[in-house]
Design a protein around this ligand. Structure first.
Ligand SMILES: C[S@@+](CC[C@H](N)C(=O)[O-])C[C@H]1O[C@@H](n2cnc3c(N)ncnc32)[C@H](O)[C@@H]1O
Length: 269
């Protein structure tokens, strides 16, 4: 297996930067790595644990991981087909097509992720994927190694689920990396939507309560979230809360460019 295996999806809130620039935050994993908000699974690909649970509420994302794990050759065959036929007209014609074969659906999902606007996955209220074409045209990347991805995914249980039952499965020695959508109390109007469903403040409280239970069972935990006073208050009673700097070039105000902060809360520092 090649030394460096990068996430093959571009994902809103992806944590490649955290895993590579803040390696000291991640403990040596004695049990399983559990990611209840897997997204592009940046931490899984970076840490390459012996055993893992990857879960997410996005059903298409999860079936894509399962399909690549089971049949990387067939998946790659279909992805190459999409690459050969890619054009603006083809994108709009195919973006809402439903394929019967799961490996073809997985290739369709990765195709859309690579050429749609900013790799966003968004459906309207009728479940129709409605992201316009983006500026990137490369469907196949030099870094692609789906055989290696499949081999690594064989170490993982991959589940389509809400986060709570997944966190409740964690036992002492497991390491939970928890990276929810960053909503705050002041953002209840649906700015951040995942699969038509807003991650509400109630969800943030439900998440903190499930992590409190996991902490009491002796599970190692690292949570990331917006560096907001209300969010910090959720974790300060039972975790060590810190803010970390993130270098960015996409802040809209010039004075904020290069220095946004995020919160991390942990019991393994
Ligand atoms: C910030 S992203 C995770 C990014 C990931 N750490 C990465 O490196 O790409 C949050 C993820 O939470 C998922 N999600 C949203 N609500 C959820 C819920 N109630 N239970 C589980 N997953 C959920 C979204 O589908 C999204 O993939």
């Amino acid at each position: 297996m090649q030394e460096q295996l990068l996430p093959f999806l571009k994902w809103a809130g992806g944590k490649r930067w955290l895993a590579s620039n803040h390696a000291h935050l991640f403990p040596k994993i004695e049990g399983r790595l559990i990611e209840p908000f897997a997204g592009s699974a940046a931490v899984f690909f970076n840490l390459r644990p012996k055993s893992a649970i990857l879960a997410d509420s996005n059903a298409r994302l999860i079936e894509t991981y399962q399909a690549i794990r089971e049949n990387p050759d067939r998946f790659q065959f279909h992805l190459k087909e999409f690459a050969r036929t890619h054009s603006k007209d083809f994108y709009y014609e195919v973006r809402n097509r439903k394929f019967r074969s799961v490996t073809r659906r997985a290739a369709h999902f990765v195709y859309l992720n690579r050429v749609c606007f900013n790799g966003i996955y968004r459906e309207n209220l009728n479940g129709i994927f409605n992201v316009p074409l983006g500026s990137k045209t490369q469907v196949l990347l030099d870094t692609d190694d789906f055989q290696a991805v499949s081999k690594l995914l064989q170490r993982a249980i991959i589940i389509h689920s809400d986060f709570e039952p997944v966190i409740d499965r964690a036992k002492a020695k497991d390491f939970l990396f928890v990276d929810p959508p960053y909503t705050t109390k002041h953002n209840l109007n649906g700015f951040v939507k995942y699969n038509q469903r807003i991650f509400s403040w109630d969800d943030q409280e439900r998440l903190a309560a499930s992590l409190k239970r996991a902490n009491e069972r002796g599970v190692s935990i690292l949570v990331s979230n917006a560096n907001h006073a209300d969010v910090r208050c959720l974790y300060e009673p039972f975790l060590d809360v810190r803010s970390i700097e993130r270098h960015t070039v996409i802040a809209s105000r010039a004075e904020n460019r290069g220095k946004t902060t995020e919160m991390v809360a942990c019991n393994v520092f």
